[in-house]
Design a protein around this ligand. Sequence first.
Ligand SMILES: C[S@@+](CC[C@H](N)C(=O)[O-])C[C@H]1O[C@@H](n2cnc3c(N)ncnc32)[C@H](O)[C@@H]1O
Length: 123
Amino acid sequence: MATDGPTTISANCFLNNRIIAFDRVIGSHPDLTPPEANVILGDIKETIAAFDGRDIVFAHADIGTAYPEKDAKTLTWLPQSVAAALRTGGVATSGLPLDHPELEPLPLPAGADPGRTYFYRKR
Ligand SMILES: C[S@@+](CC[C@H](N)C(=O)[O-])C[C@H]1O[C@@H](n2cnc3c(N)ncnc32)[C@H](O)[C@@H]1O
């Protein structure tokens, strides 16, 4: 995916990129479910490891729960996993803060809620 500025990503960037969805189970309507080849089922903590070094251009992690103890466990592995999967210059957005030396925080897009949405670029 190409980026068209330091903090913006063109919607067209997604057209030529494979989009892979991760979850434990499929719960979406069939019309809205990605093809089987682009769905990876299981605990992301384990399944994401296959993407280490795969130069992912964009990652969206929407797996916060609002339960502090659960989110604290997620944050023991999520920042490192995202950093390992992204290419240099790749962008991540997350509902949880991804504190990692390779992930540079980006300004939020207009309308995004501070403290609920985070954007990063891999250094
Ligand atoms: C808030 S929902 C995502 C909603 C989606 N972003 C959307 O806009 O429709 C979070 C999803 O992440 C999944 N999830 C959370 N933690 C996970 C984990 N460790 N491994 C796999 N899936 C996980 C949950 O099963 C749930 O379906």
